[in-house]
Design a protein around this ligand. Structure first.
Ligand SMILES: Cc1ncc(COP(=O)(O)O)c(C=O)c1O
Length: 402
């Protein structure tokens, strides 16, 4: 098989781990020898490293991004009947966590360019929602959700912001602010395919608030307040030392990997532009290539490009996927359904449990639904070569011109 025919995956973790293997095995062996597998010094060292990288005062390591979200919201007292705004275009865990706390997600629409929560739409729905306790913006695909007027609106009403930064380690907003600084907490996922991936499930919560960090530490450990005394109900979500070893080692390479991701993403943008594609959110108007590249980021250096997501006309997407698969090029749809369309969340949109929400809270989620029909993620991983990007662009452009 020639290089031109070789398969291109979405991510290549074997290639990422190969140069680290020796050091990684040494670290794992040291944990085996220590016999200390849950929390402990190795985890504390990783927490300190992570907090420094993310410019947060505290990092609390736990077993998944989902747990980090649950812990952050629970620490803020979000509970039965509380309303929480979140984007309808995100991974399931953003909303399922709310439901597990007994809260009611109020789904908001997204901006067609950034694919992140639309702050004006969130304010409109928030105004129509009694009992609002929190907002969970998501920094989708590694791009910061710009809160704009929503931040002051939340402050004025005592509505907490918890950032779902599961896909966005190292991301900064347009003002250069690190995630975690603007809300009460930011939640990270270290699922293996994330920009910083563990060797299994893991996550962390970042916060500048000492009280929140202390509560989060209790909540990840069953709610144990002092040895043998439990004053609240928590989780068993203590990070394993084996995961902390791998994450601590990989963290040292994260900035280089992120730089590589940016370079590849900008290469995609430039090559697609040469072939007549234009950036999101321009509509499909019959001009040029029927493809929209990601909306240019005002500060590309602040985007961590967890995924490179294009838009194509809904009726062309299935045939494009077929062409990519036939050429051995992976691609992925994130997300096939809006959260309000997920069978397990049926009943939360419109949020009818009290029927007290105004009509604005139940307005259609037009941009979310359009995104579920038009978006497609193409391969992007730090070890990807520029020639591989060129091959993907060539196949996509040919498929869309035919
Ligand atoms: C936006 C978003 N939120 C939450 C999560 C949950 O993280 P985890 O899989 O670590 O539980 C993910 C992970 O896929 C995610 O992408």
């Amino acid at each position: 098989m020639s290089a031109a025919d070789a398969k291109i995956p979405m991510i290549d973790l074997a290639a990422q781990h190969a140069p680290l293997e020796e050091e990684l095995l040494e670290g794992l062996a040291a944990v085996l020898a220590s016999g200390r597998f849950v929390l402990g010094e190795v985890v504390e060292r990783f927490e300190a490293q992570l907090a420094a990288l993310c410019e947060a005062r505290f990092a609390v390591a736990c077993n998944s991004g989902t747990d980090a979200l649950w812990i952050a919201l629970r620490a803020l007292g979000v509970g039965p009947g509380d309303r929480v705004l979140c984007p309808a275009y995100s991974f399931f865990a953003t909303a399922s966590t709310l439901v597990r706390l007994g809260a009611v997600p109020v789904f908001c629409d997204i901006l067609p360019g950034s694919l992140n929560l639309d702050p004006e739409d969130a304010i409109r729905r928030g105004e129509a929602t009694p009992g609002l306790r929190a907002v969970v913006p998501v920094d989708l695909f590694g791009r910061a959700c710009e809160l704009g007027p929503l931040e002051a609106w939340c402050r004025a009403r005592g509505v907490a912001i918890v950032d779902d930064a599961a896909q966005a380690i190292g991301t900064r907003d347009r003002h250069g602010g690190a995630l975690g600084a603007r809300g009460r907490a930011a939640c990270l996922s270290f699922y293996p395919t994330k920009n910083l991936g563990a060797l299994g499930d893991a996550g962390a919560l970042l916060t500048d608030d000492e009280g929140m960090a202390a509560t989060a530490r209790r909540l990840r450990s069953h709610g144990e307040a002092e040895p043998g005394v439990f004053r609240e109900i928590g989780l068993n979500s203590r990070m394993d030392a084996l995961q902390a070893v791998a994450l601590g080692l990989k963290l040292r390479h994260l900035e280089d990997w992120t730089r590589a991701r940016r370079r590849l993403a900008l290469h995609y943008d430039a090559l697609f532009a040469e072939r007549g594609a234009r950036p999101s959110p321009l509509p499909f108007d019959g001009e040029g290539l029927p493809l929209r590249t990601p909306e240019p980021c005002p500060e590309p250096g602040r985007h961590t490009y967890h995924r490179y997501v294009i838009r194509v006309p809904a009726e062309r997407r299935a045939s494009l996927i077929g062409r990519l698969e036939a050429e051995g090029i992976a691609c992925e749809i994130y997300y096939r359904l809006g959260l309000h369309q997920q069978p397990a969340l049926a009943g939360y949109f419109p949020a009818t449990s009290t029927g007290s929400e105004g009509a604005a809270a139940r307005a259609p989620l037009v941009e979310t639904e359009r995104a579920t029909r038009e978006t497609l993620a193409l391969p992007l991983f730090p070890e990807m070569r520029l020639e591989q990007v060129e091959r993907v662009v060539g196949v996509v452009a040919r498929a869309l011109r035919d």
